[in-house]
Design a protein around this ligand. Sequence first.
Ligand code: GZL
Length: 344
Amino acid sequence: MKKAFYRFAAAVVLCGVLFSCKKAEAGDVRNGGIILGFSQIGAESAWRNCNTRSVQEAAEQAGIQLVFFNAEQKQENQIKAIRSFIAYQVDVIAFVPIVSEGWENVLEEARDAKIPVLICDREITLEDQSLYAGYLGTDSAEEGRNAARYLVRKFMDPPPDPPDSSLEDSRGSGEVPSRTGPIRIVELRGTEGSSQAAKRAGGFKEVIGEYPEFRIIYSESGDFLRSKGYELMRAVLDEYEDVDVVYSHNDSMTLGAIDAMKERGIRPGTDIVIVTIDAEQAAINALKRGEVNCVVECNPKQGPDIMDLALRLARGESIPRISYMEEEVFTEWDDLSTLPPRGY
Ligand code: GZL
């Protein structure tokens, strides 16, 4: 705890040195000369690391001075970072709220300091919606719905085998696991209290709830971590004889769950159907190998859009309340041979 505090304090001092120079004048905004304070939640997944790289590279590209803090998965570190951005009078504040609640006070301080705030990636719950200018991220509820739509298609109406056998190598097993009774689903949820976990669960239930054949027999949070995905899957396999589906809120937890299945001689993607969200390279590779059946993209490359919105806010322009990233769904029935590298 002490080490983390000293690290944070050192970062604050460093920023103080950085800002000893005069704050960029509003006139500099035209060439991107603004100062953007960005609070990132951590480095919990390949997705998050790509998100961080995208922000840092886009800031450099745009000529924006970026003050970047990694909160190491702690909301209190994010609140401290936002307060330091206010102290240094950055032009714009952007942050990824690790959880949805508990932001009112610090956002009121940003408003009183007349610094516009952009919410990125995850959403927040606020009484006073005027405390932030807009949100840029992904539609997590739709990601959950897309995961469920794949399962409906898989178990209710699987497409015919493609006529072109060349697709065989890019398809999963294609088999629907034999079973009696309901289709038993295990859900590995993301970080408790995060908008992603709530919306991915809610969107999924909205669609799957229309079909009584499906039953969620287990739903626990693996905190978006591979290690917890592994632990939860081991516990599930100890407790439940027949699991038909794993629905995982991110690829990191999925990869951990696959490790646990393989230890028991279970064939991921064949004995247990797997649907996962993020679309990092490792998950796409598993889809190509038939160890995963559906990958729902959640696009981490938000940096350029964040910089565009930050510049508009610094100019005093209004921005859309909600901006969603483009996203796709990849399934075992798709030809994946032309898919470019994911970059995360
Ligand atoms: C999604 C993002 C989630 C990813 C995880 O928008 O917040 O956090 O799905 C990451 O991989 O940890």
